[in-house]
Design a protein around this ligand. Structure first.
Ligand SMILES: C[S@@+](CC[C@H](N)C(=O)[O-])C[C@H]1O[C@@H](n2cnc3c(N)ncnc32)[C@H](O)[C@@H]1O
Length: 307
């Protein structure tokens, strides 16, 4: 399998162009995946540059390591929520660009044994990494009604979450992705059924991988390790992620409200480069369906005081 069939990189040109501020700088790709973005970035950098490619999934790391043979590149296993710990201390405050291309790769979704897919039957796993202890099986079979309902509602934005949570509990034990899918099919009929199934799977996946918590931590750490003028580029695929990214880039917190210091100066680490997110153009959207929901936001690290 080639890297391109493993995962087609989304918004490739634009994201790399936006993160590139110094051709000999230090870069971090926090979501290495099959290495599509990192390979393109390396192609644009000079000899003295360094690129750290981080992923918490062994399969992604193995794929990237086998296809990227470059002395400037270093693959690192870990969760970008611990970005500062994963990067060597001498790079802190000196990183020129960071990319987070969030979510699961096509390869992870397409491997039924990973349990992300509702099209193919598989075990209820959904862990993006063996660093995580909790599986979808535990979430679906062990959570009580209220936490289950609430996570389907808040992480899946699924209106019928009370009924679906009750159906899941009624059918326990559930062992496969198709058994989970059948719970949603029982509750939601008609044209919205597939969307509801996707929302429920998204919600369980976010819970298993603690995706929003890790995103918040990763954004804070990215702001910490960037140098002044360095760029943070984030590609997100659903509104829960995009909202966190938007607020953080604007204000440095997750409420989106810019705080002022005693002298009235804004206290925020970053300044967004655009008000609205960038999206894929029509040709990319038709060639790569995954790009249709992608939203790219970019921000620049400010100096200590942003007047
Ligand atoms: C959308 S894919 C990235 C694809 C990559 N940009 C490419 O072009 O091949 C997301 C990757 O990020 C990894 N990932 C997601 N969340 C992560 C996290 N919190 N820490 C580390 N890796 C993460 C996933 O395992 C997956 O391999």
């Amino acid at each position: 399998m080639t890297s391109a069939s493993y995962h087609v990189p989304v918004l490739l040109e634009k994201s790399v162009e936006l993160m590139l501020t110094d051709k000999s700088g230090i870069y971090a790709d926090g979501t290495l995946g099959a290495g599509g973005h990192t390979r393109h970035l390396l192609g644009r950098l000079d000899e003295g540059a360094r690129v750290f490619g981080i992923d918490h999934d062994d399969e992604a790391l193995a794929e990237a390591a086998s296809s990227i043979k470059d002395d400037r590149f270093e693959a690192v296993k870990g969760n970008f929520g611990y970005l500062a710990t994963l990067l060597p201390p001498e790079t802190h405050g000196r990183v020129s660009g960071i990319l987070l291309d969030l979510g699961v790769s096509s390869h992870q979704i397409d491997a039924p044994e990973r349990g992300f897919s509702f099209r193919e039957d598989g075990p209820l796993d959904m862990r993006m990494s063996n660093l995580r202890a909790k599986t979808a099986h535990q979430v679906v079979n062990e959570y009580e009604y209220e936490p289950l309902r609430d996570l389907l509602y808040s992480y899946g934005e699924e209106r019928r979450s009370p009924q679906i949570a009750r159906e899941i509990i009624k059918r326990r034990p559930l062992n496969s992705t198709h058994e989970l899918k059948a719970c949603v099919e029982q509750v939601v009929r008609g044209p919205h059924q597939v969307k509801s199934i996707a929302r429920v799977f998204q919600a369980v996946r976010i819970e298993v991988n603690q995706e929003l918590e890790m995103l918040k931590a990763g954004l804070e750490q990215a702001a910490h390790v960037l140098e002044e003028g360095g760029r943070l580029v984030v590609i997100s695929y659903h509104s829960l992620e995009d909202r966190l990214v938007k607020y953080f880039m604007k204000s440095g917190n997750f409420k989106g409200k810019i705080e002022k210091d005693f002298y009235g100066n804004s206290v925020r680490p970053l300044k967004p480069l655009y008000g609205k997110p960038l999206t894929a153009d029509e040709s990319e959207r038709s060639a790569n369906p995954r790009s249709r929901s992608a939203k790219l936001r970019a921000a620049e690290k400010l100096g200590k005081v942003d007047a």
